[in-house]
Design a protein. Sequence first.
Lengths: 504, 487
Amino acid sequence: MLLSTILFLPLIFALIVLIWPQDKTIRHVAFGLSIVEFIISLIVLKDFDASSAQLQMIEKHMWIERFGIQYFLGVDGISLWLVLLTTFLTPIIILASWNSIDTKIKGFHAAMFVLQTAMLGTFLAIDAIFFYVFWELSLIPMYFIVGIWGGARRIYATIKFFIFTMIGSVLMLVAIIYLMYLTQQASGHMSASLLEFYKVKIPFVGGSILNLQSLLFFAFSLAFAIKVPVWPVHTWLPDAHVEAPTPGSVILAGVMLKMGTYCFLRWVIPLFPDAAEYWAWLFLSLGVIGIIYGALVAMIQPDIKKLVAYSSVSHMGYIIVGMFVFNHFGITGSLYQMLNHGVSTGALFLLIGMIYERTHSREISKYGGLAGVLPIFTIFFFIITLSSIAVPMTNGFIGEFLILLGLHKAQPVYVYFAVTGVVLGAAYMLWMFKRVFFGEKGELVKDEKHPLKDLSVREIAVLVPLVVLVFWMGLFPNHFLDLTKSSVNHLVTNKNKYYLEIKE
Amino acid sequence: MKIDIGLADLIRISPMIAIFLASLIPLTSKLFNSNKEPSNLITLIQGLGGLIIGLVLLTVVGGSGETAFNKALIFDSLTLWMGIIAIVSAGAALIMMYENFSTNGNQFSELVFLALNSVVGMLILVSALDLLTVFIGLELMSLSLYLMIGMSHEEKLSKEAAFKYFVLGSFASAIFLYGTSFIYGTTGSTNLVTFMQEAVGLVQTNRLFLFGISFVILGFCFKVSIAPFHAWTPDVYQGAPTPHTAFMATAVKVVSFAALLRVIATKALVGSDGLFVVLQWLAVITMLVGNLGAIVQVNLKRMLAYSSIAHSGYILVGVITAGISDKGFFGASSVIFYLFSYCVMTIGTFAIVSILEKSEDHLVTLDSLKGLASKKPLHAFCFSLFLISLAGLPPALGFFGKFYLFNAAVGEGLIWLAVWGVINSVISVYYYLKPMVLMYMTEGEAEIAGHSLNATTVTVLASAVFIAILGVLSGPIFTAVEKSFIN
């Protein structure tokens, strides 16, 4: 019952928020409820058996018997940390939205909780149709969050986000239905369970795109690649990020992008190992292009938020590259980088939101000399910047190092291009840092009539958990990686005949 | 030929008899009351009562698989399910008629009479096994409808719509009859049962039979607005009073598809590759025309008309699947389930439009939705739910409808139709999102009609609850539909 509780509790919370009579206390209620959710999710961490690569804490009931569609939840080393990342970020986001969301507060918190259910469902569902329901459901609350509370071009951005993501996922639906018929051929009864899908041998012929496994591979990959987003289908991301309200950007960068990368590990690589191996060059190239392209475009952005958005494209490129080298280092690094990116980019968006609340501008050129005015803010921003550019002792270093190590072992050619991303990353982040925090005081900073206030206690409380994580994950990676090790080992060694067993 | 009509036959058509008798009550009471219009509420209750009795009788006597009147009518699962959907949709439309400006008032008893007779025609249509009986059902249904549209209190558009619908509907009937005559000429019978077995062979060997069956199918394509025979749909849907539009978009479409399904079930598609290919392309073209046409509309009803054309395309995919399937009744069941989900969301959507109409001449444009969410949060929420469901997003009912439909198509190897279907779902998202953008994300002074439309609001809420809940619980319903065919 534990996973069901975690999964559907936010939905109940959404209802509570909607019918809560007092407008003033909604934020407090929502924050309290999200903390409850986080604490319950910690039980999963406590009960998780790190030595096992099996699917744990499963819950399995028949849902639509005619097609063998099940209500099937389970967690293993690959999804564990993403579940916790989701429950961890939600209270932070709610706390951070305290001042920035000032209209339709009820609706916002309800949408946030529905979104939380959708994201958790994507990570926990082990049945294809059950998974697909959550995957698509996540679009609707996000659509409203960007569209209602977003910036000036919010409607364009949110429709673009919705349609881009949907284009990918509908083809995946057809592929899922096709796979269901394959299970029927293979075992006599139709099933949508991922474990049954793993057992199906899908014919593969190299050298051509028109073979069954490659077609299914691309139908799934397109859905996930758009979500990640992989260059060149990334264009919805900068728009959505820039127009989204701060909480929306944080949840988008922090968790929603990981839905794409997680699904590569959960669905694409184990289901279509031959095709994944054959087309790895494509995804490695796209990943590397994304790394460099994202970094170069980030460098010239006049808008801080857009800069961070493009840095996301770059960072997600690393994750894609790490997965498609299929070795232990790469995949561990990718998993770790998913968490890092969630923490550090999430924190960057929070910080940008905080300064935006004060000045209502994100133009880099209007800032300058902020360090002298807002020292606490500067310290936090600097720590997160270091994490983002992967300085040793911060979390980013571990992830990027493991990915590059894995890439070097498998495909050394790509490393020479990928490492330029590290340098470029440091360049655009530090350059931006210099322009915003040092030098002459910019027009917004020296405005005598509206002196800027440093961070409040609430804002510090928002940032401290993230900074703690930055160093914790940077200094003691094994606290986190020990729990994923057996699952990743299992995936790497049994990639071509992947199976998952159920832990009773 | 000896014709004898037994009591069993009369029992089997008791739903039709009951609804017909009920339709006379408001008219007669008006007559006895020195031609004074009785209270609309009483008329509504009489009409709904007739429908409910008909519904109960249908569930009792329908679905046995037996025929009546020398095999002119059949009462099998298709009759049962489609009949239920049609009667319930008609009931919801009646409720909307009671409160809509262009339909309530001093001719309401005549309107209810016509609506119930239209329902009788529908029940004949869903149970008809003989092409001539199909024609009778079709005409009874349509003639009542032409009059209903023409009776609108709105002065211009509705008259044009009624006339357009009448001319094009007659045209379609003529094509249908023309096809029937060819079928009679080649097989010596107009009864589907008699040539059911040979149809596969006949379409291959006998060109005249193929011609006949194609014309019969084309006649239906007019009725269910398959492109390129859809041109009347936007004008008629826009011009007709909104409750009638809901009536046409749901009940009329359901029963027309039911009859088409019976014709297709002769397996003519298996025999003729040409017909099979043409119908597939018609499905694709219909989806594209409907969805692309809807994108550019500014009038809400016109947009929904195009969206209903697109949905006809999706349903045609299911009909084709059912027509070539030899693996039981999966295809037919998926069509029934889709029609059911389509009816629930369409009734809800048009009920919202009906609520938004402030007078009989009021044209609801997309802009009049601006800011509805802050004025009427419940209506806006329900409307969003309908749109999400129409777009086929989970976990709404519409997603499961599409899932079963495309699942059946993939199962029969029609993957390319399923792919076209889902691509069209993406296109449709663009215009289904537009009203949501206007309601939630723009400021405005959206208003709903001055007086309180309680019954219509109840219809909206009931549809919303169905959509939210039945999707997740759709498995048992679908299995029940499919099982009823096998028994």
